[in-house]
Design a protein around this ligand. Structure first.
Ligand code: ADP
Length: 255
């Protein structure tokens, strides 16, 4: 199916995948995948296991190079020509499924370390925050609902709170585009709903692409949804629209 039947082209693009294919030993994990994400948009990517969601994120972050196709960031930066570090430096942050925080540091220190960026943990001990940086940490603490736990050791947070802290750490780098992999996995229902609200707030200042399985979570994001299947876009639109799509129903229920 051609994506151009389904994918809406926003005026102001942050990300554009154009006919991207990736093969592993002859198996096409991505098969001429094309879609657009608008600047300032919150987008959910869904699809059954093996649909190519992780490979798509790997291609955007430079972990995997496509065989053919282009991945355009912003107006015209072709990400396929850059390595992972260069892509991260452009302002693309990725949150993996498993939280990786510094368990023996406090919530505040974790955000401070994230601000220190590439510096080693030792060098960052000598890193002094200026007023604007302190203010940014306070803003992020409020956004990730950890203001009251700012002095807790990260290791004492719940799984959901660690996920929020890691999202906060990515925000300290002020990314233009945030890729988030299954944030709701392992969360309580309440944490799941708070996470959806949080991502909606984050998307006011950043473009956010979320890969997710949990349909209740996707519903509460209230955003455009792209359905991947066999490495291509199967459908795109509101969750209600794609859930009513016969091909989508077949892919999800017909196995
Ligand atoms: P999803 O994240 O939607 O579950 P993936 O992108 O992980 O899908 O995988 C898409 C397909 O590509 C799957 O069939 C998977 O087995 C295959 N695949 C992914 N990575 C590799 C790899 N490094 N080597 C071989 N096959 C892979």
């Amino acid at each position: 199916m051609s994506v151009f039947n389904t994918s809406h082209r926003p005026d102001n693009l942050i990300l554009y995948l154009d006919a991207v294919s990736v093969s592993f030993d002859g198996f096409k994990a991505l098969n001429a995948l094309s879609f657009y994400v608008g600047r300032g948009e919150l987008r959910a990517i869904i699809g059954p296991n093996g649909a190519g969601k992780t490979t798509m994120m790997d291609v955007v972050t430079g972990k995997t190079r496509p065989d053919v196709g282009s991945v355009v960031f912003g107006d015209r930066v072709d990400l396929t020509k850059l390595d992972e570090a260069e892509i991260a430096n452009l302002g693309i942050g990725r949150k993996f499924q498993k939280p990786t925080v510094f368990e023996n540091q406090t919530v505040f220190e974790n955000l401070e370390l994230a601000l220190a960026g590439d510096r080693s943990i030792w060098a960052s001990l000598f890193f002094r925050l200026n007023g604007a940086q302190r203010q940014r940490i306070q803003q992020v603490l409020a956004l990730i609902r950890l203001h009251e736990r700012r002095d807790w050791l990260a290791g004492n947070l719940s799984h959901g709170q660690k996920q929020w802290l890691e999202i906060g750490m990515l925000l300290m780098q002020d990314p233009q585009l945030l890729l988030v992999d299954e944030p709701a996995a392992g969360m309580t229902d309440e944490e799941t709903m708070r996470t959806a609200q949080m991502l909606k707030e984050i998307a006011k200042d950043h473009s956010v692409v979320v890969v997710e399985h949990d349909m209740a979570f996707v519903k509460s994001l209230q955003c455009r949804v792209t359905v991947l299947h066999e490495g291509s876009v199967l459908a795109e639109g509101s969750l209600e629209t794609v859930q009513a799509n016969e091909q989508v129903i077949e892919v999800y229920l017909g196995r």
